[in-house]
Design a protein around this ligand. Structure first.
Ligand SMILES: *[C@@H]1O[C@H](CO)[C@@H](O)[C@H](O)[C@H]1NC(C)=O
Ligand SMILES: *[C@@H]1O[C@H](CO)[C@@H](O)[C@H](O)[C@H]1NC(C)=O
Ligand SMILES: *[C@@H]1O[C@H](CO)[C@@H](O)[C@H](O)[C@H]1NC(C)=O
Ligand SMILES: *[C@@H]1O[C@H](CO)[C@@H](O)[C@H](O)[C@H]1NC(C)=O
Ligand SMILES: *[C@@H]1O[C@H](CO)[C@@H](O)[C@H](O)[C@H]1NC(C)=O
Ligand SMILES: *[C@@H]1O[C@H](CO)[C@@H](O)[C@H](O)[C@H]1NC(C)=O
Ligand SMILES: *[C@@H]1O[C@H](CO)[C@@H](O)[C@H](O)[C@H]1NC(C)=O
Ligand SMILES: *[C@@H]1O[C@H](CO)[C@@H](O)[C@H](O)[C@H]1NC(C)=O
Ligand SMILES: *[C@@H]1O[C@H](CO)[C@@H](O)[C@H](O)[C@H]1NC(C)=O
Ligand SMILES: *[C@@H]1O[C@H](CO)[C@@H](O)[C@H](O)[C@H]1NC(C)=O
Ligand SMILES: *[C@@H]1O[C@H](CO)[C@@H](O)[C@H](O)[C@H]1NC(C)=O
Ligand SMILES: *[C@H]1O[C@H](CO)[C@@H](O)[C@H](O)[C@H]1NC(C)=O
Length: 751
């Protein structure tokens, strides 16, 4: 029923959207007739089934005119100059009406004709679009063909098929004849060189149009692409509750997502357990690719049952620790409820809460409640603490090793002659307490809480005060000794060298001694040796003596040249621990400056030692050494007169050449250096003479050449005339200054 008028191919690719299409009306050029037939209009365009008409005019003198046509023909008529061709319902696609004229050319009968150009057109019955050999979504980057079918159109050569993407006309096209094609989408033109992406999915418009009508069709296009995750790194899920993870994998077609945990494929249940916590990898694939995403699932759960917290019964005075321990996610917080008391301390360590009760008493007796909570839940537990009253009766016997006597402080550090004190308390009813000591003793006292030992001027090096308590109707006693450290800083600290006076000699061994006088206790003494600011050695002393002692420390040194002038010192330091004075007392000796003697070492300047005949030279023998060495020059064993280390040879001759020895000697040693003095001829005057001669010769030659040149050029030009003129002056060389006369001659040489 419908004939295919045109098929347009749309080639979709990463590179372009292309199209093949189109026809245009054409008009055959009218033949050049000599006859007078003229058509008005010369061509008609009409819709199929419409009406059309045209006039044919000729000039006078014809033998008849008429219309020849499949419809609307007009038979030959004479005597008129205009005839009309008319059709009311034009349906002949091939109609070609012709107007003809008969006339005489001289004696010849002739006929000529003119054809009317009729363009009959019809708009398409339908325009439809489809994709060629493909159904379903397209893949990003691949090439596809879309086909647009335009049914029952005429004339096809004037048809233009336009492709649209959305509202956007698609412009690039291929075909023969080259069609004008534009794709539109979303009212903007599509750059056909841009590859299709998933964003290009959508409605595409195709419009088929000829000059008098249009029809369009639409196409839905879907672009496929590889999966992509849109997920967080970390998720929190509450145990045993339903959950959703806002984690999606997008792609077309919809990707298949698998979950992996520790290399195994897993499926997450509807309710998670704490064992489901951990690191997961999600892998999504579809036909176009694979993507993965790693995420952490934290499973939150409320605090677990409190463990290790039970009812307790303790003795008064003992220490108790209550422990409240649970676990949950997130880590829970602990809080205690109990009868507050100053001897109770709350300590949080490692996700556990401890309640430390020191010297528990009846006041601490009661209910202790520990409550544990996190944002998921809360749990608590109550226990009862019972404090047993201790039997404090003085008549109960002491248990083995028990001594209820306590000293505060338990040890003292006191400077010799200073005051000291300590308290003694008893944690049990007693029958009397007191201090036994060489100084500051306290007689036994009953019905007291404590007794104090005090000395204003402690000078007994061996003092060892003891506090005693009597119990069990006087038959049992126990003692606690106070540790007393009596110290004294040294009277003096001095440094000296052992068995040696005066300067030291390089390389030998010496001993330095540091004497610390009258120090106590010597076991806490450290003697530090310093060379300048740097610590060289430390000595400690092993002795239990409590009384002051004089001790010494020795340092062995092997001085070198660099030690000359070094200062040694020693420091006596008493380290008495945290109870002792801070910083630890220290006494420093006067510094000992050592003098080091060392043997000479020679350097001769200059080196080497050539002597030029007739010249003088100074040889300097530099000798270092301590004490400063005596320097002597010798030649062949004979002393040569020299001014200390300086040897002067003046007006050198053969006799001065030879071997010279410089010897340096001091108390620490000697050194000598032999110098070979060579005599060299002095070529300088000869060279200087030759140079002077060459200069003189060159100068003479130059002056000679210059004078010739001068005569030939500068003077010659204007002097030959002026020469005669100035001949009166008799002075040729004067021409420059004497310019008034010759200059005029020069500018007017013929005058
Ligand atoms: C032909 O001529 C007639 C008479 O002059 C005029 O009425 C008519 O409109 C013309 N038709 C065309 C198609 O020119
Ligand atoms: C025109 O001609 C065709 C075929 O001859 C016919 O089917 C149609 O009805 C006609 N139309 C009119 C308006 O006369
Ligand atoms: C008339 O006839 C002559 C000779 O036969 C020829 O050359 C000329 O072209 C003709 N004229 C027309 C108008 O046909
Ligand atoms: C396509 O056709 C519809 C209805 O015939 C019309 O509303 C629309 O404007 C046309 N689109 C184009 C791009 O021509
Ligand atoms: C998931 O939800 C959380 C909280 O509502 C939000 O911060 C996060 O951006 C979302 N993640 C994704 C991938 O949508
Ligand atoms: C995804 O990958 C798995 C295993 O590699 C395969 O079995 C499955 O068919 C793939 N799915 C798609 C949609 O390609
Ligand atoms: C996840 O993707 C990365 C890069 O895209 C790849 O190196 C890795 O092997 C993938 N992991 C899995 C388990 O597929
Ligand atoms: C001994 O106890 C008394 C009274 O409590 C106190 O004032 C004193 O400072 C204590 N002395 C020592 C050394 O602790
Ligand atoms: C401390 O006692 C010593 C010896 O008994 C005495 O020499 C010294 O003067 C006394 N110091 C004071 C301050 O009483
Ligand atoms: C000590 O006292 C207890 C009880 O008061 C008594 O039984 C015991 O005989 C007494 N011991 C002595 C030696 O008095
Ligand atoms: C002092 O010396 C004693 C005995 O050698 C020792 O026990 C104590 O730790 C020393 N104190 C310091 C602070 O070194
Ligand atoms: C129709 O097509 C013909 C042939 O290609 C051409 O000459 C003519 O100009 C066209 N007509 C229109 C209106 O484009």
């Amino acid at each position: 029923m419908c004939n295919r008028a045109s098929i347009s191919h749309l080639t979709m690719s990463a590179a372009a959207l292309t199209l093949v299409v189109g026809l245009l009306l054409y008009a055959e050029p009218a033949g050049a007739e000599a006859c007078s037939v003229q058509l008005h209009p010369s061509s008609v365009v009409l819709r199929y089934g419409g009406s059309a008409s045209a006039n044919c005019t000729v000039s006078e003198g014809h033998l008849g005119i008429g219309w020849e046509a499949s419809e609307g023909s007009v038979a030959l008529v004479t005597g008129v100059q205009l005839i009309t061709w008319r059709v009311e319902n034009l349906t002949d696609w091939h109609i070609e009406p012709k107007c003809y004229e008969n006339f005489m050319n001289g004696t010849e009968f002739e006929q000529c004709e003119e054809a009317l150009q009729v363009t009959l057109y019809k708009t398409p019955d339908s325009v439809s679009i489809s994709s060629v050999d493909h159904t379903g979504p397209m893949v990003e980057g691949r090439q596809y063909q879309l086909q647009c079918e335009v049914q029952n159109i005429a004339p096809v050569q004037n048809l233009t098929v336009k492709w649209y993407r959305g509202e956007t006309e698609i412009t690039e096209a291929e075909g023969n004849p080259t069609p004008k094609v534009t794709w539109y989408k979303d009212q903007s033109e599509v750059k056909s060189s841009t590859p299709l992406t998933r964003k290009d999915s959508g409605q595409y418009f195709l419009t088929a149009r000829n000059s008098l009508g249009s029809s369009n069709c639409t196409l839905s296009l879907t672009v496929g692409y590889a999966p992509e995750f849109s997920c967080n790194y970390s998720y929190e899920v509450t145990e045993k509750q339903s959950y959703t993870l806002n984690c999606t994998a997008e792609g077309y077609p919809a990707p298949e997502v698998t979950w992996w945990k520790q290399g195994e494929k897993v499926e997450l249940p509807a309710h998670l357990d704490r064992k489901h916590a951990g690191l997961y990898t999600l892998i999504a694939n579809n036909t176009y690719g694979t993507a993965n995403h790693t995420l952490v699932i934290k499973v939150l759960f409320p605090p677990a049952e409190i463990e290790q917290l039970e009812d307790r019964e303790v003795d008064a005075g003992s220490s108790v620790q209550l422990r409240c321990s649970s676990w949950g996610n997130p880590q829970p917080n602990y809080s205690w409820q109990f009868q507050k008391a100053p001897n109770v301390e709350e300590v949080a360590i490692d996700g556990v809460s401890l309640l430390n009760i020191s010297h528990a008493s009846v006041k601490n007796q009661g209910v202790y409640n520990c409550s544990v909570q996190n944002r998921i839940g809360q749990i608590s537990r109550s226990i009862r603490l019972t404090v047993r009253e201790k039997d404090t009766s003085p008549h109960t016997p002491l248990t083995v090793g028990e001594c209820p006597v306590q000293l505060h402080p338990s040890s003292v550090v006191v400077r010799y002659g200073d005051s000291a004190s300590a308290n003694c308390t008893v944690s049990k009813d007693h029958l009397g307490i007191g201090w036994e000591a060489s100084e500051g003793s306290v007689d036994m006292m009953k019905d007291v809480q404590f007794v104090t030992w005090r000395v204003e001027n402690l000078t007994d090096w061996h003092i060892e005060p003891k506090c005693y308590g009597n119990f069990m109707n006087g038959t049992e006693q126990c003692l606690e000794a106070l540790q007393v450290t009596l110290y004294k800083t040294p009277d003096s600290v001095s440094i000296s060298s052992v068995d040696h006076t005066g300067p030291m000699v390089e390389g030998r061994q010496y001993q330095l001694q540091c004497e610390v006088q009258n120090i106590a206790p010597v076991q806490n003494l450290t003697v530090k040796w310093y060379r300048g600011e740097s610590l060289e050695n430390e000595t400690t002393f092993n002795s239990n003596t409590k009384t002051p002692m004089t001790v010494s420390s020795t340092l062995t040194i092997t001085p070198s040249e660099a030690d000359d002038g070094a200062q040694y010192s020693c420091v006596a330091e008493l380290e008495l621990g945290p109870e002792g004075p801070q910083p630890p007392p220290e006494v420093t000796s006067e510094p000992l400056k050592i003098t080091v003697h060392y043997g000479p070492s020679i350097e001769i300047i200059p080196s080497p030692h050539p002597v030029i005949r007739g010249y003088s030279v100074e040889l300097i023998c530099n000798a270092s050494g301590h004490p400063p060495p005596e320097v002597k020059w010798q030649r062949d064993g004979q002393a040569v007169r020299g001014n200390g280390g300086k040897l002067v040879i003046s007006n050198a001759k053969e006799e001065h050449a030879g071997e010279y020895t410089c010897t340096a000697r001091n108390s620490a040693g000697s050194d000598s250096v032999v110098v070979q003095v060579e005599l060299k001829e002095d070529y300088l005057p000869i060279i200087a003479g030759l140079v002077a001669l060459v200069v003189v010769v060159i100068s003479i030659v130059f002056i000679f050449i210059y004078s010739i040149y001068y005569k030939n050029t500068k003077m010659g030009h204007y002097s030959l005339k002026s020469c005669k003129q100035s001949g009166q002056n008799g002075n040729v060389a004067q021409n420059g200054r004497d310019s008034s006369l010759p200059m005029k001659k020069l500018t007017q040489p013929n005058v």
